[in-house]
Design a binder for this molecule. Structure first.
Ligand code: BES
Ligand code: ZN
Length: 655
C-alpha cells in the first residue's frame, strides 16, 4: 500500500471532552474596528493548540476544528436546539423574531458568543427572565459581529429578540410582479455558507449541530415552509409550526413563504411551488421516489423521513440548495422533458454527504460537494443507465479542465487543491469545479483502484459511522487509510489529489461513443455538411450531447454558420437552460446578434449565478460592457444579494 501522508500535517483541533484545550478569550473592550477584530482573532487562533492527527485512533471525543468563519464558541458553550418565533411582515420586509437558543455547557468560561450580521438585536434574556447586556467583541465586513453575553453553568437558554433589516443578505423579498402568479409576494432564504446569521442569530458554524423548531406567522393567503416538517396546505390563520428533530448545521436553516401548493409524487416525496408551476414541476420530478430508493440502495437508509422539493421563483441564486427535507430549486431545471433532474439527484445525495456527514469548516467543502457530485452520478447511473451518467461525468470533466485553466491564467494554483485555505476570505471562493468535480474524480479514482464493491461498502459504512457528525479532510483521510487503503495493496497518491494542484494523471478516463458522435457531427459541419443535415442526425440526442455540441463551437465558426446552426437546431429557443445559456455565451463570442433579445430577457428574469456570470463576463470581454451595465442596472432588483455580489465582481471589480 502506498499512502503518502502529508508531511507536517497538523490540524487545529479542539476536543469537546474532559480535556478541553484552553482557548484565549477575546478582549473585553467593545471594539468595532476591523483591524482590532482581526488582531484579536489571530490571538485566539494562535492560542489553539496544534496537535498532529493520530489516524489510528478514532477518538471517542468529538473533534471540532476552529472555524475561521464564525466568532462563536460552541466548544465552550454550544447550542443544542433553537426555537424560532417569527412574524413575516411583507409590508415592511422584516422578520420580527425571537430566537431561543438552548445551551449545552462543555467548558463554560462564563460567556456565550453567537454570530449575527445585519440584525437589529433588541433584547437578550437569560432563561426567559433576566435581561443581560451584550458586548460586541468582533466586527467584520464579511463575517458580521460576534455578540458575547455572560452565562452561568446553570443557564439553560438565551432568548434573543430581534428584527431583520435590509442588510439581512440571506433574505430575498419578492414583489408579486417577480413571482409566477403575479398576485402575492414571496420570501426565500439562502443560508449557506455564512448567511444564516443574517436572519437568525446563532452560532453559525458547521462545526456544530442543532435541532430546531419554529412558529412562523404570515398573511393567511400565504403558506410557509421550512427545512423541517412541513404543512401540505394553507390554513386559515397563517400560523405554521415546524420541527426538525434531526440535528443539522445552522447553514441548513431555511424558510420560504409564498402562494404555495403541494403535490405528492411518492409515499415520501413531493413538490411545492406556486400553483401555476405545480403541474410542470410534478411532471419534471416524477422520478424522485425512484431516485430516493436508488440512493438508499447505494449508501444506506434515508434519515430525514421525507424528501420534498420546492420550485422557487427564477431569482433564486443557485440551481439547488440541499435544505434538509426540502430542497430549494430553481425553476430553470423545468425543461419539460426531465433532462435536468440530475440536479435533484445532487441535492438528494446531500442528504448523506453534507447533511448527514458535514464539512467541519469551509476549507473542507469538497467533503460536501465532491462526495455529492460522485453520489449524484451513481444515482443517475442506477436510474438512467451508465451511458447517460458517463455523459454527465464528461461534462463535469470539461468544467473542471476549464476551471483549472482559469486558475492557471490567474496564477492561482493553490485554489486547485481539494483542501482549501479560506481563512480571511469569503467561503464562496471555494465554490468552484475543484470542490465539485475534482472532488468527484478523486472518489472515482479510488473506486477504480479498490473496485466498486469494496468501495461502496466503505462509503456506506463511512456515512453510517459518521452520521450527524462533522468531518475534516484529515479525519476522512485517516479513516480512508485505516478502513480501506491499508487493507490491500493499492497504489494511491492521496496527497497529489488533496494537497496538490490541478487534475492528477491518475484520474479515470471516461469514454462515450455518444460524445464521439457529437464530435463527428461538429467536424462534419466544419467540413461543409449542412446544418440541416447535421441537425437531422441529432434527433435522438440527449441534452448532454446538445450541450457538448454547443461547447464545441470555437473561433472557426463564423457568424453566418451560427445563424445556420440556430435555424436548424433552434438553440435560441431551447427550453433547456443549460444548452440555452451556453449558446448565449457562444453567440456573444461569435458576434451573432440574433440572440440579443433573448439575452436581455434571460438576464432580466433569471437570477441563477451559474448562468448569469458567464453571460455578463462574455459581454464584458467582447466589448459590450456598456450594454452589460445597462442591463444589470435594470435586472439587479430581480437578483438575490448573492448573485449581486457575483455580478459586481464580474462587472465592477478592479482588474
Ligand atoms: N450546496 C450547494 C449550493 C451552495 C454551495 C450554496 C455553497 C452556497 C454555498 C448545492 O448543493 C449545489 O451544489 N448546487 C449546484 C447544483 C449542482 C447540480 C452542482 C448549483 O446551484 O448550481
Ligand atoms: Zn451541492
Amino acid at each position: 500500500m502506498y499512502f503518502c501522508r502529508r508531511k507536517g500535517n497538523f490540524m487545529k483541533k479542539v476536543l469537546i471532552s474532559a480535556s478541553i484545550i484552553s482557548m484565549a478569550i477575546f478582549g473585553t473592550a467593545c471594539n468595532d474596528k476591523k483591524e482590532d477584530s482581526e488582531k484579536e482573532e489571530k490571538t485566539e487562533k494562535e492560542a489553539v493548540d496544534e496537535k498532529p492527527v493520530d489516524e489510528n485512533t478514532e477518538s471517542e471525543t468529538v473533534e471540532v476544528s476552529k472555524d475561521p468563519h464564525s466568532f462563536s464558541n460552541p466548544y465552550e458553550v454550544g447550542t443544542k436546539h433553537i426555537h424560532l418565533d417569527m412574524t413575516v411582515d411583507f409590508e415592511s420586509k422584516t422578520i420580527h423574531g425571537i430566537a431561543r437558543l438552548d445551551l449545552i455547557h462543555h467548558d463554560n468560561k462564563g460567556k456565550f458568543v453567537f454570530d449575527a450580521k445585519g440584525l437589529d438585536i433588541a433584547d437578550i434574556l437569560l432563561d426567559g427572565k433576566e435581561e443581560v447586556e451584550y458586548k460586541i467583541i468582533a466586527q467584520d465586513e464579511l463575517l458580521g459581529m460576534g455578540y458575547e453575553i455572560p452565562v452561568k453553568p446553570e443557564t439553560k437558554f438565551v432568548e434573543i429578540h430581534y428584527n431583520t433589516t435590509e442588510h439581512s443578505e440571506a433574505l430575498q423579498w419578492l414583489d408579486p410582479s417577480q413571482t409566477a402568479g403575479k398576485k402575492h409576494p414571496y420570501l426565500l432564504t439562502q443560508g449557506q455558507a455564512i448567511l444564516t446569521r443574517t436572519w437568525v442569530p446563532c452560532q453559525d458554524s458547521p462545526t456544530q449541530r442543532i435541532t430546531y423548531s419554529a412558529k412562523v406567522k404570515c398573511d393567511s393567503d400565504l403558506m410557509a415552509v421550512m427545512s423541517a416538517s412541513n404543512p401540505v396546505r394553507k390554513n386559515d390563520n397563517g400560523s405554521y409550526d415546524f420541527e426538525m428533530k434531526q440535528s443539522i448545521p445552522c447553514y441548513l436553516l431555511a424558510l420560504a413563504v409564498g402562494d404555495l401548493e403541494f403535490a405528492e409524487i411518492g409515499p415520501r416525496t413531493g413538490v411545492y411551488s406556486e400553483p401555476s408551476m405545480l403541474q410542470a414541476s410534478h411532471y419534471e420530478f416524477g422520478d424522485m421516489e425512484k431516485m430516493l430508493i436508488a440512493a438508499e440502495h447505494l449508501y444506506g437508509e434515508y434519515k430525514w423521513d421525507r424528501y420534498d422539493v420546492i420550485v422557487l421563483p427564477p431569482s433564486f441564486p443557485y440551481g439547488g440548495m440541499e435544505n434538509p427535507r426540502l430542497t430549494f430549486a430553481t425553476p430553470t431545471i423545468l425543461a419539460g422533458d426531465k433532462s435536468l433532474v440530475s440536479l435533484i439527484a445532487h441535492e438528494m445525495a446531500h442528504s448523506w454527504s453534507g447533511n448527514l456527514v458535514t464539512n467541519a469548516t469551509w476549507d473542507d467543502f469538497w467533503l460536501n460537494e465532491g462526495f455529492t457530485v460522485y453520489f449524484e452520478n451513481r444515482i443517475m447511473e442506477k436510474v438512467y443507465g451508465k451511458e447517460y451518467a458517463d455523459m454527465l461525468l464528461l461534462l463535469s470533466q470539461q468544467d473542471l479542465r476549464a476551471e483549472i485553466e482559469d486558475f492557471k491564467a490567474n496564477d492561482n494554483m493553490k485554489d486547485t487543491h481539494l483542501k482549501l485555505e479560506l481563512d480571511g476570505r469569503n467561503p464562496e471562493d471555494g465554490l468552484t469545479a475543484i470542490a465539485y468535480d475534482k472532488g468527484a474524480f478523486f472518489l472515482k479514482m479510488l473506486e477504480n483502484k479498490v473496485g466498486r464493491e469494496k468501495w461502496d461498502e466503505f462509503l456506506k459504512s463511512y456515512f453510517d459511522k459518521h452520521q450527524f457528525q462533522t468531518m475534516t479532510t484529515e479525519r476522512f483521510l485517516a479513516y480512508l487509510d485505516k478502513e480501506l487503503l491499508s487493507t490491500g495493496d493499492y497504489e494511491v497518491n492521496i496527497d497529489e489529489w488533496v494537497y496538490g494542484a490541478g487534475l492528477p494523471e491518475s484520474h479515470v478516463e471516461i469514454k462515450s461513443s455518444k460524445f464521439e458522435e457529437v464530435e463527428t457531427a461538429m467536424a462534419d459541419f466544419k467540413n461543409g455538411k449542412s446544418a440541416t443535415e447535421v441537425a437531422e442526425g441529432s434527433a435522438e440526442w440527449s441534452f448532454q450531447q446538445s450541450l457538448h455540441f454547443v461547447r464545441l463551437i470555437d473561433e472557426d465558426i463564423s457568424t453566418q454558420q451560427m445563424a445556420e446552426l440556430d435555424k436548424a437546431f433552434k438553440f435560441t429557443n431551447s427550453g433547456n437552460s443549460e444548452v440555452l445559456s451556453a449558446w448565449l455565451v457562444k453567440s456573444i463570442e461569435r458576434g451573432y446578434k440574433e440572440t440579443d433579445e433573448r439575452i436581455i430577457n434571460f438576464l432580466m428574469t433569471v437570477g441563477r449565478g451559474k448562468f448569469l456570470r458567464p453571460i455578463y463576463a462574455a459581454l464584458k470581454e467582447n466589448g459590450r460592457m456598456e450594454e452589460a451595465l445597462e442591463i444589470y442596472s435594470k435586472a439587479k432588483k430581480n437578483y438575490h444579494s448573492v448573485s449581486v455580489g457575483w455580478i459586481d465582481d464580474v462587472l465592477l471589480a478592479e482588474e
